[in-house]
Design a protein around this ligand. Sequence first.
Ligand code: EPU
Length: 417
Amino acid sequence: MQKFEIEGGVPLEGEVVISGAKNAVLPLQAAALLAEGEMTIRNVPRLKDVATMALLLEGMGVTTSIDDDNNITTNTASIETQCAPYELVRTMRASILVLGPLLARYGEAEVSLPGGCAIGSRPVNIHLTGLEAMGAEIIVADGYIKAKAARLKGATIVMEMVTVTGTENLLMAAVLADGTSHLENAAREPEVVDLANCLIAMGAKITGAGTDTIIVEGVERLQGVEYSVLPDRIETGTYLAAAAITGGKIKCTQAAPETLDAVLQKFRDAGAKIETGEDWIELDMRGRTLKAVDIRTEAHPGFPTDMQAQFMAMNTLSQGIGVVVENIFENRMMHVAELMRMGANIRLEGNTAIVAGMPELHGAPVMATDLRASASLILAGLAAKGITIVDRIYHTDRGYEKIEDKLTAIGARIKRV
Ligand code: EPU
């Protein structure tokens, strides 16, 4: 199994080009199922999850290809089946995103029920009740969600919790439904807005994306378009954290500062100097003291759960005590025990971690348990004294494109072994 070997202690300095967002491209790939004709998605990050989604579509008979300029082209003309098998869904929960579009366009879908995962049980009940409200008949049998609908009907759906992929699934279902849908308590994440913008370009009638009520007037058909994916705000935040935790200076380019307000505020609270332009963010931590910050994860525009582990790593080396509360997932604290193996002082009480900053961390062998946990261990390793070996980096490869190349270019000593 591949690992990262990191020799810590180098302040990182330089420029990093940010890739397209994982959590934006996956719904766009699923949205390609709605398109008549060819669909091209630009600025696609080369990630394991993107490849898995492409395999899922290919398995249905959809042609997909990726070129050297990071464009994915998809054509649904030769689709043969509307099934998402267990073998792929179990490796990537975001596979559930094909359910809404398949049902809306083809009137049926069979999608393996995603199981729990390392960060929580992650049910999909809200996706299913929303589709049922649009008239779908759904049964769950043999581990599969089997859904049918002659044509979905517009409906008012109040989602009982804010769910990102749930909102995306219902949005992709509503665009081809008969009549108007109101999606209430909708997720306001930038990736939802990106999907809505792409669907609008394809011919959908959507208003309110980015607010908690999205209104969709169903149309008869959607066309394939060319669409460029939003920059990855979590990748951006992770590189900013790499400079902050090592006392360096970094400029992230091809970024989207407006998607990171809550995160940038926390970097400022932590003592960093932050400057932004239209598509870049610069963080300077040179000669400054890292201060502990309190974090409470929330749905957007609150502080994202996908940046919690990285700020936990920063808190371990900061001045003072930071309280980190995880409100989105019930089991997203697995990095705590690993950080403690490197010398971090953390007390965990349920979903709350009380982190007392230490003067230093020490390199150790550690194990990644999920994507963002892997990022926090890499960050800790970059700042620790000595050598850190991060195991199970297949988690990292799901969501960070060429991470060792990007870190090496700004001075990190990291290699894949
Ligand atoms: N939930 C339910 N029922 C549902 C759907 C969700 O109870 O039907 C609960 C979940 O269990 C969770 C909460 O609602 O407690 C919010 O989960 P959400 O559905 O918003 O998460 P998701 O859509 O499965 C996406 C991202 C995650 C990110 C979360 C929260 C994608 C592909 N994944 O997941 O990304 O953490 O939103 O922002 O967009 C990551 O990139 O590392 C990652 C895990």
